[in-house]
Every structure is written in structure tokens, then in C-alpha cells.
Design a protein around this ligand. Structure first.
Ligand code: FPP
Ligand code: MG
Length: 339
């Protein structure tokens, strides 16, 4: 390979490299659980009609793992278990998150809990999580990779729990919203990069820079996602419009708006303190208020700042040029999904 690949090509090749291994791992699950896991992944319908897509959704975290491995001069084959593991943890967390958030849609399809019930979705998530650990335990350098994954999962759980605790809250600062973003999104992206680099034989220092790259990228991604959650359309997000506002989530734009000393901040606070989910009209009003405080703009600036920090960390890892260009293309895509 002499030229960096475009973003769609990177994802397509990750799907080819990782998709079969992901499916193979799932063959080890009990048949009933495997069936609902396949439904979640979009591999087949409830009637068992198979789709021919190798994976059925984007593989961002696996792509990060493979590219981080290549960035330190490793053979991407070595990072395939890491790629599978982070994708499984990510999906486990989504299965549980949709239950917690009572979100009926995921990737434009019914969320598993909505289609097959909460017990099925809890158990499918548990199965994916332990399959992820197994994928690393079966691969070289498990003494390093398994503890790194387990630590990332604790960070993910902390971020998710803080997210839940902060729902409808109006008295936490922006720092709290950033802590949530770093925990629930940054840490798994950080882990994907760290595990990929470790599989590629990176020194501790290079792996740490790649990990920091992933963490900043994750925060930038979550800021962009929070913006999409308010101003994106259902087609892009695959989720009901403004569901974060409806549930009065303490997202980054909301935190920034509430932190502003403006009349709009006071009105937004009053809306968030109503004690019930917001109506369509209130959601539209909340979105306008947030925009008027300048918080939309401020969150976009945060996206830019964390992306710049991510790219700085990437350069400190002294990556090989082609994977570096591809990691940069991936970062660019993540933050620019028409927010
Ligand atoms: C989505 O946030 C949620 C996460 C990225 C993390 C969820 C983490 C857990 C449930 C804990 C970990 C659990 C296991 C089994 C590993 P969001 O609701 O803002 O995003 P969304 O809009 O995509 O739902
Ligand atoms: Mg959610």
C-alpha cells in the first residue's frame, strides 16, 4: 500500500479483516443468545433470513485498533483480537445503554430490548462482554491487554452511571459533562488504540500517546454526537430526534448553555426542572435557548480543540505516515458527520 485509503475504504477493509472473526466468536455462544446477538448486529431477521453484509454497521473502534497497530509498525493481523474485543464491548454497552435510556431505536432498527425484551438484551450484552474478554485471553500479550480492557470497561461504567445520575440535573458544571464524555466514549476509543498499539509491539510511551489520541478523539466525537442529538436528523443518527433533550440529558451543549450567565440559561434551567420528559414544543424551545446562549458554537469549538489535541498526541507517537494519514481521515469523519 503506497497511498492512504479514503475513509469508506478503511471501513470496508476493516469489515473484511474483522467481520469473519467477529462472527466466529459468536459461534461459541448458546444458540438462543447467538440468535438475538445476530439480530442486534443486523446479521439476520427474527425469521432467520440472513443479510449478506459482512458486518452490517461501521467498525470505527476496530479500525482504530488496526491502524494504531500499523502506526507503530505492526502487522494489522496481530491486532484483530483487539479489534474484535473492543467492538464486542462497544455493542455490549449499547445493548445495556438502550435499556437504561429506554431508547427504542438503534441504527435505524428496533433496539434489541424493544424487539425481544429486556432480559434478552441484558443477557446478549453480558454474553458479548465476556466474549470480548475471551478474545483477548486467547491472543498473545493477554497479560497486558486483558487488564487494559477491564479497566476501560470500569471507566465506561463510571461514565454511563454519571450520565444517568446527571439526567435532569441543572447544577453540575461543564467539567461534569466532560467527565461523562471521557468515560462513556473516550475510554473505549483510548483502549482500542492502546490495545492495537500493544498488539503491534509498541513501547509503553508510544502506546500511551496513541491511547491519549483515542481519548481526545472520543471526547471530540461525543461533543459532535451531542450536537447531532439536538440538531441532527433521524436519518443521520438512526435515533428519534432530540431524544436527549426529551429526557433532559446533561449533554455538553446543555452544560455549556446552563453555565452561561444569560436569561436563556435561566429559562432552560426552568424547563429542565419541570419533572417530566419534555414535549416536542419544549424540546424545540430548549434547542433554541441553547443556541442563543452560544453553547452550540462553544461545543463546536470543543470538538475542534479536542481534535487538535488528539492529532498532537498522534504526532508524539511518531506514527508511520500512511496509518497516520488514515487515523487523521478517521478522526475527520468522526467529528464531521453533518452536525
Ligand atoms: C451511549 O451513550 C452509551 C455508551 C457509549 C456507554 C454505555 C456503557 C454502559 C452501559 C456500561 C458498560 C456495560 C458493558 C456491558 C460493557 P448515549 O446514550 O449518549 O449514546 P446513544 O445516543 O448512542 O445511545
Ligand atoms: Mg443511549
Amino acid at each position: 500500500m503506497t497511498e492512504p485509503r479514503e475513509f469508506p475504504e478503511i471501513l470496508a477493509q476493516t469489515a473484511i479483516a474483522v467481520g469473519p472473526l467477529l462472527r466466529l466468536r459468536m459461534n461459541g455462544l448458546p444458540a438462543e443468545v447467538r440468535h438475538v446477538v445476530g439480530l442486534h448486529f443486523g446479521w439476520w431477521t427474527d425469521d432467520g433470513i440472513a443479510s449478506d453484509a459482512p458486518v452490517g454497521h461501521k467498525l470505527l473502534r476496530p479500525s482504530l485498533a488496526l491502524l494504531a497497530c500499523q502506526a507503530v509498525g505492526g502487522d494489522p493481523q496481530a491486532a484483530r483480537p483487539a479489534a474484535v474485543a473492543v467492538e464486542l464491548v462497544h455493542n455490549a454497552s449499547l445493548l445495556h445503554d438502550d435499556i437504561i435510556d429506554q431508547d427504542p431505536l438503534r441504527r435505524g432498527r428496533p433496539a434489541l430490548w424493544a424487539a425481544k425484551g429486556i432480559p434478552a438484551a441484558i443477557l446478549a450484552g453480558d454474553a458479548l462482554f465476556f466474549a470480548a474478554v475471551q478474545a483477548l485471553a486467547d491472543a498473545p500479550r493477554a497479560d497486558l491487554t486483558v487488564p487494559a480492557l477491564l479497566a476501560a470497561v470500569q471507566d465506561l461504567i463510571e461514565g454511563e452511571y454519571l450520565d444517568v445520575l446527571s439526567e435532569a440535573s441543572t447544577d453540575r458544571g461543564e467539567h461534569s459533562a466532560l467527565q461523562i464524555a471521557a468515560g462513556k466514549t473516550g475510554m473505549l476509543l483510548a483502549c482500542a488504540c492502546e490495545l492495537g498499539a500493544t498488539a503491534g509491539g509498541a513501547t509503553r510511551e508510544r502506546a500511551a500517546h496513541l491511547r491519549a489520541f483515542g481519548r481526545h478523539l472520543g471526547i471530540a466525537f461525543q461533543c459532535a454526537d451531542d450536537l447531532l442529538g439536538i440538531w441532527g436528523d433521524e436519518q443521520t443518527t438512526g435515533k428519534p430526534a432530540r431524544s436527549d433533550l426529551r429526557r433532559r440529558k446533561f449533554s455538553l451543549p446543555v452544560a455549556a448553555a446552563l453555565a452561561s450567565s444569560t436569561p436563556q440559561a435561566r429559562q432552560l434551567r426552568a424547563l429542565y426542572q419541570t419533572g417530566t420528559p419534555l414535549s416536542d414544543g419544549d424540546c424545540a424551545r430548549a434547542a433554541d435557548l441553547i443556541e442563543q446562549t452560544g453553547a452550540r458554537e462553544a461545543t463546536m469549538l470543543r470538538v475542534e480543540r479536542h481534535t487538535a489535541d488528539a492529532l498532537h498526541q498522534l504526532s508524539l507517537a511518531q506514527p508511520a505516515p500512511i496509518p497516520a494519514a488514515e487515523l487523521t481521515a478517521l478522526a475527520d469523519y468522526l467529528i464531521r458527520r453533518d452536525s
